[in-house]
Design a protein around this ligand. Structure first.
Ligand SMILES: [Zn+2]
Length: 256
């Protein structure tokens, strides 16, 4: 059984055929999915899906690209949803210096406020990092995010940075890029970081693994991520599936 720890089944890309996408995931042994919300619309939809399907859980947070749009009411809504029985984490949150819609200082403020909230409601956090590693590490340290821990989602950094994140109580989640021939860093991370600190995810509809790279991604493809890790580590597929499942259940406090 496989745990897709980061999926956006709440995205418009699944409006037409969500049922079939979910059926294919189930047929491939995906027993748990965390659907991640990152703004008003996708948060609502993540909760809706988590309420409808027993094997879907929700994470709720505010994306750094849209940090500039987050109001006090939004943060309050996230706080209220934190006590929902199917909400297992806050996020995604973090920093994204690739796009310039939200200024860096606004992103950092919104990130810090969400970490503080996670500590208040005692939920782990899911981190989005794009071209902002130094500031992410600095803020996680300063805000003592280790208290709640969480996930470095779709990790693309070095082994060294992965180790620093693990020190701060974070798990390293690998996605589609670990299956790409030219993806040196994710492969190194898969090789060097013990399975006990790894998770698998799709980040669907984005980052589709080989051999479907370029097409829409979906949770059934998480098996390609597990296969790639198994091959790199020279362990069985079942061992990757089992250990990443245990890691995810422990982090999200899911007991079934
Ligand atoms: Zn995401």
């Amino acid at each position: 059984m496989l745990f897709d720890t980061h999926a956006h089944l709440n995205a418009v890309q699944y409006e037409e055929d969500l049922e079939q996408v979910i059926e294919r995931a189930r047929a491939e042994g995906v027993s748990h999915i965390v659907v991640v919300g990152f703004d008003r619309l996708t948060i609502d939809r993540a909760i809706e899906l988590a309420e409808r399907y027993p094997f879907i859980y929700a994470a709720v947070g505010w994306h750094p690209v849209d940090a500039i749009d987050m109001t006090d009411d939004d943060l309050q809504m996230i706080e209220q949803l934190a006590s929902h029985p199917k909400v297992v984490a806050l996020g995604e949150m973090g920093l994204d210096y690739h796009w310039d819609k939200s200024p860096k200082d606004v992103q950092q403020d919104v990130f810090r406020r969400q970490i503080a909230l996670a500590k208040k409601v005692k939920l782990p956090i899911i981190i989005h990092n794009r071209e902002a590693t130094a500031d992410i590490l600095k803020i996680l340290q300063e805000e003592n995010a280790a208290e709640v821990g969480g996930i470095m989602h779709c990790f693309s950094g070095s082994v060294e940075v992965a180790r620093q994140c693990i020190e701060m109580n974070f798990l390293i989640s690998l996605g589609g890029p670990v299956t790409f021939k030219n993806a040196k860093k994710p492969k190194e991370v898969a090789k060097e970081i013990p399975l006990s600190h790894l998770l698998i995810e799709t980040d669907c509809p984005y980052l589709t693994p080989h051999p479907f790279r370029g097409k829409r991604n979906e949770p059934s493809y998480v098996k390609y991520v597990a296969e790639a890790i198994a091959e790199i580590k020279n362990v069985s597929f079942d061992e990757v599936a089992k250990t990443t499942m245990e890691n995810a259940k422990r982090l999200f406090a899911i007991d079934r």
